[in-house]
Design a protein around this ligand. Structure first.
Ligand code: ATP
Ligand code: MG
Length: 260
């Protein structure tokens, strides 16, 4: 069976300047793939290019198909049909994903109404409260009526995750989803991401600086360096016997111990 996401010769450039080059990888159904690499190596741009969310002035080239649908250069109509439905994302800062002026329950409900996965407001609201419960927001019925600023950072990220999982996406893209949170909350959010993807056979592209997280979450890992993927393979293999110099340095700088 072919992969869910197929990325071929993906590039991102600003004017004539290449920022990401020659990126090739695939993600199978139910597969969890980590993307690691130093700051500025092109991880977020790779994810944004796939989501069709590159910042102004940047352009993507090459190909990325999701279940056969080309994403690179796709029109806003195609992209908005897929985003929030087949393709969902969670970023580092939850506030960027939330509407500050709308109650969070409504925001979860809206994404289901938008994609017709809930038939009416009443069922969408009930489903939203269920989702808020699934991401373990205490007192979900009450939490649904809160505005984002009335929640903590960790609670907001739970809401973002509820929105991302609302329509059972085929692929969830996470870009440092726990970096802004304190350590205990990080572990809880990570567990929820794992649960949410495992339960529904969702594939995962997970960007992180944390090699321990990669080791515990990802089946395979891609290592980026200066805009290119320099190493890719089975997580255990790459982390225990890195082939590329850069991966070796990355591992040497971390406290992770991987058993062979
Ligand atoms: N809007 C932009 N215009 C021009 N260059 C950009 C823009 N956004 C990012 N870049 C450059 O592209 C490169 C890759 O950026 P990217 O955000 O993908 O890095 P990253 O691997 O996600 O880093 P981090 O781990 O710090 O999040 C960097 O050198 C960055 O300076
Ligand atoms: Mg980034």
């Amino acid at each position: 069976m072919s992969a869910l996401l197929e990325v071929r010769e993906l590039g991102v450039g600003a004017g004539g300047q290449p920022l990401v080059e020659d990126v090739d990888f695939a993600i199978g159904r139910k597969e969890r793939v980590g993307l690691i690499g130093e700051s500025g190596s092109g991880k977020s741009l790779t994810a944004s290019a796939i989501m069709g969310l590159l910042p102004e002035g940047l352009a993507a080239s090459g190909s990325a198909t999701l279940a056969g649908t080309e994403l690179i250069g796709a029109g806003e109509r195609t992209l908005s049909r897929l985003r929030g439905r087949e393709l969902a994302m969670v970023f580092q800062e939850p506030m960027t994903a939330l509407n500050p002026a709308m109650r969070v329950g409504r925001q979860v409900a809206e994404v289901m109404l938008l994609h017709n996965t809930s038939q009416n407001r009443r069922s969408a609201h009930a489903a939203a409260v269920e989702l808020l419960d699934r991401v373990r927001l205490p007192d979900p019925g009450r939490a649904a009526r809160a505005y984002p600023h009335q929640l903590s950072g960790g609670q907001r990220q739970r809401v973002v995750l509820a929105i991302a999982l609302a329509n059972d996406p085929a692929l969830l893209v996470c870009d440092e989803p726990t970096t802004a949170l304190d350590v205990t909350v990080q572990a809880q959010i990570l567990e929820l991401i794992l649960e949410g993807t495992r339960d529904r056979d969702t594939s995962l592209l997970f960007i992180t600086h944390d090699l321990a997280v990669v080791a515990s979450v990802c089946d395979r890992v891609l290592v980026m360096y200066q805009g290119r993927i320099v190493e890719a393979g089975d997580t255990k293999q790459v982390l225990s016997a890195p082939e590329h110099d850069y991966t070796r340095r990355l591992l040497a700088a971390s406290t992770l111990e991987v058993s062979k």
